[in-house]
Design a protein. Structure first.
Length: 93
């Protein structure tokens, strides 16, 4: 059973955005987005930064959906998002 993202859970315990814990969580989030951006760029995805931000948001949402809906795994929540129809963000030209 998923209990959500440990970084988001920890951040929610500290209301002051300048608290060292919140700053570390923000730094971790930036590192994750940068990692996704790097992978997207290596894959030739146009708009790699935007893609990375969307992927990070999707990841956060998957964790929280899994926590709010017992029995739903984060991977199931992400898979369900494939049914959404959006303009393509990926161009492998």
């Amino acid at each position: 059973m998923s209990e959500g993202c440990p970084f988001l859970n920890t951040a929610s315990e500290f209301s002051d955005p300048s608290h060292p814990v919140r700053l570390r969580v923000a730094n971790h989030r930036s590192d994750v987005v940068e990692h996704f951006r790097s992978l997207a760029q290596q894959a030739g995805i146009v708009g790699a930064r935007r893609f990375a931000e969307h992927l990070a948001l999707l990841t956060d949402g998957a964790y929280e959906t899994a926590r709010a809906r017992p029995g739903v795994r984060p991977s199931d929540a992400v898979s369900a998002s494939h049914s959404c129809r959006h303009p393509p963000m990926i161009s492998l030209s």
